[in-house]
Design a protein around this ligand. Structure first.
Ligand code: NDP
Length: 472
């Protein structure tokens, strides 16, 4: 895509902040809490899940096992936290994480992929658009799965040549990798925040996310000010930062870390337990499936509505790879051999979850992408709305307004069940995910209520349940 450089027209004014900001996440205090608490939770999970420490409840009393030391005087907390952060610095881990990011960046440009159009930008989710940008759609390159395949080939080759040894790094330097990912998280968040104030290459104001343009600097920094931060490294290419980070570093990083944990178990035990095989298989399958359906992300709230700031950057660069690999890390430290019954329960929960998750997300994506009259959408009932968008009222979307969340949550549970019931720590993911999805459903409901008004109320009368039919 060629881009023409023009200077901003004289007198162009910045998009003003929302006059009546509707704060989410407890507003600015909540944003500050997120800045501090999210990284600490990731460190906390590390300290609570190490060989010999934390995971088994009996160890929880061990004073020095599970949390970095902080003094008793609250005035020293910032210094304590900073000193703790510095103490976790690991140069090798930082280089490794940075090399991984650079590799993904190069792959994005070098590996061929179809260029697809996203949904209309702005409107309810973003800033009101000027006339020349109504019906404005952005383009995205789809090649994440190919990137993963290339990485898989490189891993298999390394495994044949050097065995599991090189991958033990991922286990042994996990703490340093957390810190490296946080450095990237803060770096990217600061960059996109500053970038959001700079007019684009055509001299136009950036399209801002409604939720991240309140005028409160910390809140906007955390929620994300710009809707689709992107730049053009060369005249014929565009790099969308949110889209790139949405599926690549987090998801691919997650299964790489998982793989490192499996190598660690193999190194220590001389075999891989069936529980580890289940966790690896399910989670890898989830990642491959997400990357296979990469373009489906273009209709999700992350892309269409939310700005890109600290919250998403942390979620995708740190939280996802570091915390979602917890089950594999747990099993590397505390191996579990599952019985046949245990295995069958796990497989059943996973299959039901996937069936719902992919069925619902695929159905909406097909419906939105190809329209009601497309062959794959024949027979689906829908209602027209005043906005022109149609809402499905049969199929998966006729059972509950977010049945896709239920399927996703069942899969999350299936990934923790192989860890057994000795410790609650590996259940962190399904517990946290339930809270996230519950909150997300409320946010989406609010968004849709605003967008569709009376039509949304009619829709809710037809589709009564929020997430789980006949339960909630
Ligand atoms: P959804 O895929 O649930 O999409 C919600 C949007 O779909 C609504 O805002 C509305 O947008 C549209 N919509 C709502 N009802 C209908 C209907 N009946 N017919 C057609 N369109 C409808 O968005 P999410 O981004 O929340 O979730 C996508 C997936 O990602 C889910 O499976 C979720 O579980 C998963 N997820 C996973 C996370 C993780 O950490 N693992 C985190 C977050 C999500 P419109 O304005 O276009 O009408």
């Amino acid at each position: 895509m060629a881009t023409k450089k023009t200077t901003p027209s004289k007198g162009r004014r910045r998009t003003p902040p929302n006059p009546n900001p509707e704060y989410e996440f407890l507003g600015p205090p909540g944003a500050v809490a997120m800045l501090i608490a999210l990284p600490l939770v990731t460190y906390g999970l590390y300290f609570n899940c190490r060989p010999g420490f934390g995971c088994i409840p009996a160890y929880w009393n061990s004073k020095d096992g599970y949390w970095p030391s902080v003094g008793t005087d609250p005035s020293t907390y910032p210094t304590d936290l900073w000193n703790f952060f510095v103490s976790t610095w690991d140069t090798d881990a930082f280089y490794t994480y940075s090399a991984f990011m650079l590799f993904l960046f190069i792959c994005y440009f070098v590996i061929p992929g179809q260029v697809v159009e996203g949904t209309v930008v702005g409107g309810v989710g973003g800033s009101p658009l000027t006339k020349d940008r109504s019906n404005y759609k952005l383009k995205y390159k789809v090649n994440a799965l190919r990137t993963l395949l290339l990485i898989a080939v490189l891993i298999i080759a390394t495994l044949f040549i050097k065995g599991v040894e090189p991958f033990l790094f991922l286990h042994d330097h996990f703490l340093g990798l957390i810190t490296a990912s946080l450095v990237w998280t803060f770096g990217v968040s600061i960059f996109v925040y500053v970038w959001s104030f700079i007019p684009d290459s055509n001299g136009q104001e950036k399209i801002l996310a409604c939720g991240g343009n309140t005028g409160n600097k910390i809140y906007d920094f955390v929620l994300g000010r710009e809707l689709n931060p992107r730049f053009s490294p060369s005249p014929d290419s565009t790099f969308d930062i949110k889209y790139f980070i949405e599926l690549r570093p987090g998801l691919i990083g997650w299964i790489l870390l998982n793989f490192g944990m499996a190598c660690k178990q193999y190194h220590d035990l001389g075999r891989i337990t069936n529980s580890m095989i289940f966790v690896q298989t399910f989670e890898t399958f989830y990642v491959v499936d997400s990357l296979w359906n990469e373009s489906a992300v273009l209709t999700t709230m992350d892309i269409t509505t939310d700005g890109f700031g600290f919250m998403l950057a942390n979620g995708l660069l740190t939280w996802l790879p570091m915390n979602y690999s917890l089950q594999a890390r747990y099993l590397a430290a505390f191996p579990v051999d599952m019985s046949l019954t245990h295995s069958l329960i796990v497989v059943a929960v996973q299959c039901i979850g996937y069936y719902i998750f992919r069925g619902a997300n695929g159905q909406k994506d097909n419906f939105r992408r190809y329209g009601a009259s497309a062959p794959q959408n024949k027979g689906l009932k829908y209602m027209e709305t005043a906005t022109g968008s149609k809402l499905l009222i049969s199929g998966w979307w006729g059972t509950a307004r977010h049945i896709n969340y239920f399927g996703d949550w069942l899969m999350a549970l299936a990934w923790s069940l192989p860890c057994g019931l000795l410790s609650p720590i590996p259940y962190f993911y399904p517990i946290y995910f339930a809270v996230l999805l519950f909150h997300r459903e409320r946010r989406d409901e609010e968004k849709c209520r605003k967008k569709y008004g009376k039509d949304w109320e009619k829709y809710c009368e037809k589709v009564k349940w929020r997430i789980i039919p006949y339960v909630y």
